[in-house]
Design a protein around this ligand. Structure first.
Ligand code: UD1
Length: 419
């Protein structure tokens, strides 16, 4: 089994360049199949999810190639093949092929998506959206069958502003007849990125980034080039990491506006952060006060940063409570942090800490992607060596993590160990 090992206690210094957004990328690749010619996504991140999505493009008789950081998708020979096993089960975002294939072929067969377990993750809002556009839906033997005689624009109100449902409905609605209105749509920056890609392919989408998205369907979408936005979650993770373990770290190639809630919260804790147009400088390892964190939809504090922030709170003085209002069961990292010397109490969708705690290196498990990030930060500040298993979770979302941390002065390496 492959593990990441980190020897803690080496203060970090230097610059880390943030890659393009995973959560955009995993929507933009399925979106590209709606075109009838080549789509180039600039700045593709080096994460495992991209490989799985590439495999699905090939299963659909499309092709993809990588030239430097350009991801080139040729969907001109696409065939509507059922995607029921293999790559489709490896990540949750494979369900964006539902919307994209439904839009393109008016029909799709997709296996149940994989991804991180964070508590129940239903897709009822996606399916209601497809039904409103005219699709019939059957669920059988672990797969979802979608079919529409015609896709016709509709007004769709989302009970919750789900990122996934908003994206999936957009992907189908760009090829529906007439006007679709998504009310109470998600406003995350990744939605705007998708709207920008689709519009440059010839779609007519207005209101991306607001809670009302209006889409006028078109008959044809064409190839284009699109630069993916920076990853605000990778950026937020490195900001938390720098606050915990950095002397002075520049987090470069970011859109600080996407991270406002995080930056304000960290300043409340006493973290020294200077904000510039496309980077921030964090001076960490200072006395931090505990604060309460509550996750919410954008522009609130992202649930994806909650687990890295729990680790930061282990180093702050006083009582702090972290409440996750998006996912009910995103605290498995706390049990691992407790193995390292923390004393975090988890109750329902909240974790309580009364720090600071000294952390000691030991064997821990990355139970999901952001739990992995939480443990990497803990390992950087712990005494001794921490061994993190289930590293495939980390590789799903953090590109070149050893290289980036080594450049900052961390001692991090991979090893094969006996299970
Ligand atoms: C996306 C992100 C994920 C992030 C999350 C919240 C991707 C690939 N993943 O996930 O990293 O943590 O947004 O910002 O972009 N819900 C329903 N029914 C549905 C859909 C969602 O009840 O049909 C609920 C979910 O259970 C959850 C909440 O809505 O409690 C938010 O989910 P959603 O915004 O859809 O998140 P994802 O798109 O899955």
């Amino acid at each position: 089994m492959e593990v990441i090992k980190i020897e803690g206690g080496h203060p970090l210094r230097g610059t880390v360049r943030i890659d393009s957004a995973k959560n955009s990328t995993v929507a933009l690749i399925p979106a590209a199949i709606l075109a009838d010619s080549t789509v180039v996504l600039e700045g593709i991140p080096n994460i495992v999810d991209v490989k799985h999505l590439g495999t699905m493009i090939e299963q659909l008789n499309g092709t993809y190639s990588l030239e430097g950081e350009d991801f080139i998708i040729d969907p001109s020979q696409l065939k509507n093949t059922p995607l029921v096993e293999g790559a489709v089960t490896k990540l949750r975002a494979s369900y964006y092929f539902m919307g994209a294939l439904l839009g393109k072929f008016k029909e799709a067969v997709i296996g149940m998506p994989g991804g991180c377990y964070l508590g129940p993750r239903p897709i009822d809002l996606h399916l209601k959206g497809f039904e409103a556009l005219g699709a019939t839906i059957k669920q059988e033997a672990g797969a979802i069958y979608l079919k529409a005689e015609r896709l016709v624009g509709a007004s769709i109100y989302l009970d919750f502003p789900s990122v996934g449902a908003t994206i999936n409905i957009m992907l189908a609605a760009v090829r529906a007849e007439g006007l679709t209105i998504i009310e109470n749509a998600a406003k995350e920056p990744e939605i705007i990125d998708l709207a920008n890609l689709l519009n440059s392919m010839g779609a007519k989408i207005k209101g991306g980034g607001t809670d009302e998205i209006r889409i006028t369907g078109v008959d044809q979408l064409k190839g284009t080039r699109h630069a993916i936005i920076p990853d605000r979650i990778e950026a937020g993770t490195y900001i938390a990491l720098a606050a915990a373990a950095g002397d002075e770290v520049k987090i470069d190639n970011i859109i600080p506006h996407h991270l406002e809630a995080l930056i304000l919260k960290l300043r409340e804790m006493g973290v020294d952060i200077d904000v510039f147009a496309d980077h921030v400088i964090v001076r960490g390892r200072q006395n931090m006060r505990a604060v309460d964190f509550k996750t919410s939809i954008y522009p609130g504090l992202a649930t994806d940063l909650q687990q890295p922030l729990v680790t930061l709170l282990t180093q702050a003085t006083g009582f702090g409570m972290v409440t996750d209002n998006i996912y009910s069961d995103r605290f498995k990292n706390c049990y691992e942090l407790n193995k390292m010397g923390a004393d975090i109490k988890v109750n329902g969708n909240a974790a309580m800490l009364n720090g600071p705690y000294s952390l000691m290196g030991t064997r821990v498990k990355a139970t999901d992607l952001r739990a992995g990030a939480s443990l990497v930060i803990a390992a950087l500040i712990a005494d001794g060596v921490t061994e993190i298993s289930n590293v495939y979770h980390i590789d799903r979302g953090y590109s070149n993590i050893e290289e980036k941390l080594t450049n900052l002065g961390a001692k991090i390496w991979r090893e094969e160990v006996e299970e």
